[in-house]
Design a protein around this ligand. Structure first.
Ligand SMILES: Cc1ncc(COP(=O)(O)O)c(C=O)c1O
Length: 350
């Protein structure tokens, strides 16, 4: 006999990308930023390490909400802060989905959405992306309580234009979650939809463009009614004292974030062009990673394993529609050159 709920027993649980302990690894597998965070963040964190750590943090992270409001030109009341955007995703699923409720998830995408829906015992409706990663109108599912859209999408790196997202938001009945974890590497975004659509929640994270995956900071933005409801659901002190000051300092230093994003976008072009010349199909990326379909004579799983043997970690998803591709995080120019030298060596490209 199991002590667990049936749906928990039946689910696999989310499997995060590998986080190697030490060693000389070229780590291109979990879309972290290869450059360090702003020095202003380090300074703010160091200052915050004092006797006040005995006190709980501000439960609603008010100073962080103010800074986010300023950056995106929205009211702080339209903002909720999370322990990573995964925490905001958890608030969303707990707020809107009960047993048997429909949750729409495009395929393939960030697999945590499915795990969260399973936790709630929701009914998962997977809608396949078209081959070019555009979305079919099937994404509009009757009675769906939540529809997830990673935009830009992971693992494809591709993006659905805001006009199309607006169209979907108007057609669906429930909440549309636009997860913009990678938006700072993209040409456009959907923050403007918040004003127009009472059912849209836009998510951001500081894990990627702000180089703060280790601090765990995520942002949810929506009209006040949704934010107020989600505030009831969140853990009381979900963002700690260091997180709050780190977020404020990071958002204040836009130049640092933008400079790094520009470097990453340049390296993205270099990597995409190099692989394309070797016969890979690289989907047009608006993210800090690319999704490359291997040439016909190359087994993606074997290439992934051989790179791993050489201490180069990329991501391979052994599932339909992704099992002939590798997802590669954009590292420094040196890291990407090392990757390319090794791919050329493994595939005997001269
Ligand atoms: C699409 C997407 N959303 C959310 C996250 C999680 O971000 P965070 O580190 O803020 O929890 C990731 C992480 O890889 C992601 O790819």
């Amino acid at each position: 006999m199991s002590y667990f709920r049936k749906n928990i027993d039946n689910m696999e649980g989310y499997v995060p990308g590998e986080q190697p302990k030490g060693g000389n690894v070229v780590k291109l597998n979990t879309n972290e930023n290869p450059y360090p965070p702003s020095p202003a963040v380090i300074e703010a964190l160091q200052k915050e390490i004092n006797g006040d750590l005995r006190l709980y943090p501000d439960p609603i992270a008010g100073s962080a909400k103010n800074e986010i409001g300023k950056l995106f030109n929205i009211s702080p009341n339209s903002v909720i802060v999370g322990n990573g955007s995964d925490d905001v995703l958890t608030m969303i699923i707990r707020s809107f989905v009960g047993p048997g409720d429909k949750v729409v998830i495009p395929y393939p995408t960030y697999s945590l959405y499915e795990t969260l829906a399973e936790l709630q015992d929701g009914e998962i409706c997977n809608i396949d992306f078209n081959d070019d990663f555009s979305l079919s109108d099937n994404i509009v599912v009757k009675d769906a309580r939540v529809t997830f859209l990673s935009n830009p999408n992971s693992p494809s790196g591709t993006m659905i234009p805001p006009e199309k997202v607006l169209d979907i938001a108007k057609k669906i009945e429930g909440v549309l979650v636009v997860d913009e974890a990678y938006a700072d590497f993209a040409e456009t975004n959907c923050v403007g939809l918040i004003d127009k659509c009472p059912n849209v929640i836009v998510l951001r994270t500081l894990s990627k463009s702000y180089s703060l995956a280790g601090l765990r900071l995520g942002i949810g933005m929506a009209q006040e009614e949704l934010i107020n409801g989600m505030t009831k659901v969140k853990d009381s002190y979900n963002v700690d004292r260091l997180g709050i000051v780190g977020l404020v300092a990071a958002l204040k230093d836009q130049d640092h974030m933008q400079d790094n994003a520009e470097k990453i976008k340049k390296t993205r072009v270099f990597l995409s062009e190099s692989l394309t010349n070797w016969g890979f199909h690289v989907h047009p990326s608006q993210s800090n990673f690319i999704f490359a379909k291997c040439p016909g004579n190359v087994n993606a799983n074997e290439l992934f394993s051989e790179l791993k043997n050489r201490q180069i970690l990329v991501r391979y998803f052994n599932k339909p529609k992704t099992d002939d591709c590798l997802r590669i995080t954009i590292g420094t120019d040196d890291e990407i050159k090392t990757l390319l030298t090794n791919i050329a060596d493994i595939l005997k490209i001269s």
